[in-house]
Design a protein around this ligand. Sequence first.
Ligand code: BG6
Ligand code: MG
Length: 218
Amino acid sequence: MEIEACIFDLDGVIVDTAKYHYLAWKELAAGLGFEFTRADNERLKGVSRMTSLNILIEIGGITLNDEQKEKLAAQKNAQYVSYIRKMSPDEILPGVTRFLDELKAAGIKTAVGSASKNTPLILERLKLIGYFDAVVDGNKVSKAKPDPEVFLKGAEELAVHPKNCVVFEDAPAGVKAALNAGMECIGIGLPENLPGAKKVIPGFDNFQLSDLKKIVHE
Ligand code: BG6
Ligand code: MG
C-alpha cells in the first residue's frame, strides 16, 4: 500500500472525552438507582449513543420502552454537552497536532471518522475545525462501527482508495470497522484490548510519519 490518507477516530484518539461520557452516564445511572463503574464504561467506547444506553440499562437490570430510552439518551447528551462545551485546545492529546502537521506537510490527506454526533462541537472547542480534509461523524452515517460505513465515507470524501488509508482507533469496534473497510489500522491504547490492529501505540507523543511508514511496510 501507499499511505495516501490517515483517518482518525475522535474520542480517545484526538481527545479524551471518555471521562465526560463516563460522568454523564454515571449521573444518569444514579438517577435510575444503580451504580455505573469505570470498568462498565470501557464497554461503551466506540459504541453509539443508543447502544450505550442499552448496555447501561442492561447493567442496571432495567427494561424501558423506546420513548423512555429516547428521553434518557437526550438527558445524558445534554449533561455530556454541558461538559464538552467547556473544553479547550489544551485537551488535545499529546503529539496529535504535531503529527497532523507532519502529515499535511508530506501531502497525506487527513479525515475524522467518528460515531459521535457531537463531533462538530468538539472540533470547534479544540479549534481543529478546518484542520481535516474531511469529517465524517455520527450525523452522516446510519450504520455504527464495526460497520465500515464511517471509514468508507471518509475515503470517498478524500477521493482515496480504502486500501491506501490508515485508521487510528482506540476501540475494538473501531478496529473491526477499519479492517472491514479494507484499511490498515493502528490501535491507540493497550495491545491486549485491540486485537486485529497492525500495531498498537500508546499515543502520538514522539510518533512520526517515518514510524508509521515502517509499521505499514514491514
Ligand atoms: C464514540 C464514543 O466516539 O461516540 C462513544 O467512543 C459514544 O462512547 C459515541 O457513545 C456516540 O457519541 P455521541 O457524542 O453522539 O453521544
Ligand atoms: Mg474512540
